[in-house]
Design a protein around this ligand. Structure first.
Ligand code: NAD
Length: 359
């Protein structure tokens, strides 16, 4: 099948297949849009079932980044990259150098950072070959470093506003929340939720990550296959996407879905399925924008951690607007968010997007 006929192809500007014979690197870098600025979005290192699945993922993720960056008010377009992990090609510094050279070859049209399976150290290796990378180690009070804590903060604030909108509660005290995946974002989120008095249920397919959560926090563990169907107030997906489908939605018990994972809905219609069941869905790319706000502040070099926190504090305001419109119009929240994002992209860069690319 031609990529142009792919169901997830949505006027993407360019798709780059990368191979490095020495390290065995195989990657896809996907630039969805540069209408608002360089296409920014993380690099995922993942073992895909097939190259086709990797392409589907990167096409969807890069479009999601266009929408996320637009709604977050950043002078960034949308892009994403996936490195196709394989047992024969471990994630060595050399492999990340090769990926860095591929990013450099795009001359700044794509800016990378860490996503699932990548760390600050990986980005340091990428940075040996290109300056078009963010999520590097932090220095002093400047914004930067692992974006996950800021993503978790945005999700936490988003859960608070969703709980207010759907359950009428001003507090998370005794609110039951199931967190799927206690990795970089999930664990940070659990800490914030625990401090706010929420009751936590967690699952992870990685026993080391689960142990870290269990050792630090009072959590109830369930099997990964059961977590989505837990009898809780809030479901916070912080693992991978494609989880809300025509099959799973009818048996979800939570009243709110608000988490960090990208591409949580399998299809756009799944947003309507959730709305029909009166499950309030916080659109993923709106609630999980804290990390890219941090990445942008680091990349443009004009911000402190405090300013990033202020900016992340706007996430619940945006969600509140979407929730209010959904309540008034009975439209699914994902459709409202998509429309908002497309309108911003069509309008082009504006003065409130005040960052100037460095270098
Ligand atoms: P991570 O790899 O650190 O954590 C993901 C966790 O989910 C891992 O512990 C993994 O074992 C677990 N997991 C995978 N499949 C699972 C399953 N079926 N059931 C339960 N657990 C499962 O990744 P992360 O950086 O924490 O990101 C989590 C999600 O949030 C991803 O979808 C990512 O794209 C999205 N996101 C992350 C950031 C960020 O700043 N890191 C920003 C925006 C969006």
């Amino acid at each position: 099948m031609s990529v142009f006929d792919h169901p997830e192809f949505d006027q993407h500007e360019s798709i780059h297949y990368v191979h490095d014979a020495t390290t065995g690197l195989r990657a896809i870098i996907c630039i969805h849009s540069t209408a608002l600025g360089p296409a920014a979005g993380g690099c995922r290192h993942w073992q895909y079932a097939s190259d086709e699945t990797a392409l589907t993922d990167v096409l969807r993720l890069s479009r999601g980044m266009t929408y996320k960056n637009a709604i977050a008010g950043l002078r960034f377009g949308g892009g994403k990259s996936v490195i196709l992990a394989h047992a024969d090609t471990p994630k060595t510094p050399e492999l990340m150098h090769a990926f860095g050279r591929a990013v450099e070859s795009l001359g700044g049209r794509y800016i990378t950072a860490e996503d699932v399976g990548c760390t600050v150290d990986d980005m340091r290796n990428v940075n040996q070959e290109t300056r078009y990378v963010s999520g590097l180690p932090k220095s002093g009070d400047n914004a930067g470093g692992d974006p996950s804590p800021m993503t978790a903060l945005g999700v936490f604030l988003g859960i608070q506003v969703a709980v207010k909108a759907r359950l009428g509660s001003d507090s998370l005290q005794d609110i039951s929340i199931a967190v799927q995946g206690v990795g970089k974002v999930g664990l940070n989120l659990c800490r914030l939720l625990n401090d706010a008095g929420a009751r936590l249920t967690v699952a992870d397919v990685n026993s080391d990550h689960l142990r870290l959560a269990r050792d630090e926090l009072p959590v109830t563990e369930v099997a990964p296959t059961e977590l989505l169907f837990s009898d809780v107030d809030v479901l916070a997906p912080c693992a991978l996407g494609d989880i809300f489908t025509a099959q799973t939605i009818p048996i979800i018990k939570a009243k709110i879905i608000a988490g960090a994972a990208n591409n949580q809905l399998s299809t756009e219609e799944d947003g309507a399925r959730l709305a029909e069941r009166e499950i309030l869905y916080a659109p993923d790319y709106v609630i999980n924008a804290g990390g890219i706000v941090n990445v942008a502040a680091e990349y443009f070099g004009n911000s402190s951690e405090e300013l990033v926190r202020t900016e992340v504090g706007r996430i619940p305001v945006r969600l509140d607007t979407i929730f209010a419109e959904a309540k008034a119009t009975k439209e699914p929240t994902n459709r409202i968010a998509d429309r908002m994002a497309r309108r911003i992209v069509a309008g082009g860069p504006n003065e409130s997007m005040d960052q100037t690319p460095h270098g």
